[in-house]
Design a protein around this ligand. Structure first.
Ligand SMILES: Cc1ncc(COP(=O)(O)O)c(C=O)c1O
Ligand SMILES: N[C@H](C=O)CCC(=O)O
Length: 425
């Protein structure tokens, strides 16, 4: 028994499921999770001293790779001044100015501590602004674990086969309507049903919590039009795509402008941060200027701001990174597609730039239903086969693989070799 197994045995006695977030528990895999000691570049090391190529990247924020020197230094420097003041700071103003100066659809932004908080707050603002209550989300899209969003959610909710959560009163979700991803007719039907009472449509512009599901051509543009037609706000949840697909996130990548946007872990470079922002007239409704209450003791934490701002500035000044990530994505996911074809395997790869998923299904995956047709047992065997070869991926069929600039061509080719080995059984 290794140290990870020993730690897991101890953990399950004192932490529900032994983990602080469900998907980490390897629930669908049936082995103890790897307990991680440290990470550097594209590698992660477990407590047993094993090295893995990491394709989780802390679920997205490590765009520059783990332990990126400038980010680490900024954190150490900020720590010397104190860890938290619960008061206004210069760095949070700098962070907000930087985002507002460089993201055209963000005039004002409010920092929070997680993606969950960002979405919960954005939805509240959308309701406050429009004076309407109904929200449309998409089956298989995950927007964190606030009560109103735990309806047909993706990510860990999908992996564990729990369609909704216990403990969420019916009243909290009765205004949440669920549409089919990539299906504009389903959105129009709900808008009609809501009879002018839709406050907002919230969408992951690239679905990344039912595995990676790209928007079909015209889908995001269609959402924009429907929102305008029915007087609803369009919210892009860019917790995964923001500053990753392009500096301006999915909005820039696909050329569609949302009214509100939510960010998460990426703007903290891995520190616990979230943010929501958008047009001035909407954001001016947020307390203390407006009537929509939202607060947070640790919001705008100076250490998190230092890490995040350093990463954002680096990304902005080195935008060639986005072309590089696109190329890396083609090399990895395109390479996997070729291996599947070589081996006559009917499975599907979906990818958008650095995000990708291999689905163990013969169906093209375009929405929640087709994602769910995947053979999760086959995924689980594949996961174990890749882990044994030193490749660390999300332990669920319904999560994305994340590339960083630290994944070199050589590392990607080694990963492809591991994929080929696995399928040469
Ligand atoms: C698209 C999306 N929105 C919201 C969240 C919630 O963020 P957090 O886990 O930081 O609360 C996540 C991930 O967890 C996410 O992927
Ligand atoms: N899919 C989630 C984030 O994007 C997984 C992270 C978590 O919930 O722990």
């Amino acid at each position: 028994m290794g140290l990870s197994e020993e730690l897991f045995d101890r953990a399950v006695k004192v932490i529900p499921g032994g983990v602080n977030s469900p998907v980490r528990a390897y629930g669908a895999i049936g082995i103890a999770p790897r307990f991680i000691d440290r990470a550097d570049g594209c590698h992660i090391y477990d407590v047993d001293g094993k090295e893995y190529v990491d394709y989780i990247d802390s679920w997205g924020p490590m765009i520059l790779g783990h332990n990126f020197p400038e980010v680490k230094e900024s954190v150490l420097k900020a720590c010397e001044k104190g860890l938290s003041f619960g008061c206004a700071t210069a760095i949070e103003v700098e962070m907000a100015e930087f985002i507002c100066d460089h993201i055209p659809h963000v005039d004002m932004v409010r920092m929070v501590n997680s993606g969950t908080e960002a979405v919960m707050s954005a939805v509240r603002v959308a309701r406050g602004f429009t004076g309407k209550n109904k929200i449309i989300k998409f089956a298989g899209c995950y927007h964190g674990h606030s009560d109103a969003m735990l309806v047909s959610a993706g990510s860990g909710v999908m992996t564990s086969g729990v369609p909704d959560s216990a403990g969420v009163p019916k009243g909290c979700t009765e205004d949440t309507m669920t549409a089919v991803y990539n299906d504009l007719d389903s959105v129009r039907a709900l808008m009609e049903q809501a009879d002018g009472q839709t406050a907002a449509v919230i969408v992951e512009a690239v679905g990344a919590n039912m595995g990676v599901v790209p928007p079909k051509k015209g889908f995001l543009e269609g959402l924009r039009k429907l929102c305008d037609e029915y007087g609803a706000l369009l919210i892009f949840d860019e917790v995964i795509t923001g500053f990753r697909l392009a500096f301006g996130g999915a909005a820039e990548y696909f050329g569609v402008t949302p009214d509100l946007v939510t960010y998460g872990k990426i703007i903290g470079a891995g520190m616990p941060v979230g943010a929501y922002g958008g047009r001035r007239e909407i954001m001016e409704l947020v307390s203390p200027v407006g009537k929509v209450y939202q607060a947070g003791t640790l919001s705008g934490n100076p250490i998190a701001m230092a890490a995040g701002l350093t990463q954002l500035k680096y990304l902005y000044e080195h935008q060639e990174i986005y072309k590089d990530l696109e190329e890396k994505g083609k090399r990895l996911y395109g390479g996997m597609e070729k291996i599947l074809a070589e081996k006559n395997l009917p499975y599907h790869i979906n990818h958008v730039s650095s995000l990708g998923s291999l689905f163990f299904t013969e169906q093209e995956v375009v929405d929640y239903t087709s994602a769910k047709s995947s053979d999760t047992k086959a995924f689980s065997e594949y996961f174990k086969g890749m882990l044994a070869q030193g490749i660390h991926m999300a332990p669920s069929q319904f999560e994305a693989m994340f590339l960083s600039v630290a994944h070199t061509d050589e590392i990607i080719d080694q990963t492809l070799e591991a994929v080929r080995n696995y399928f040469t059984k």
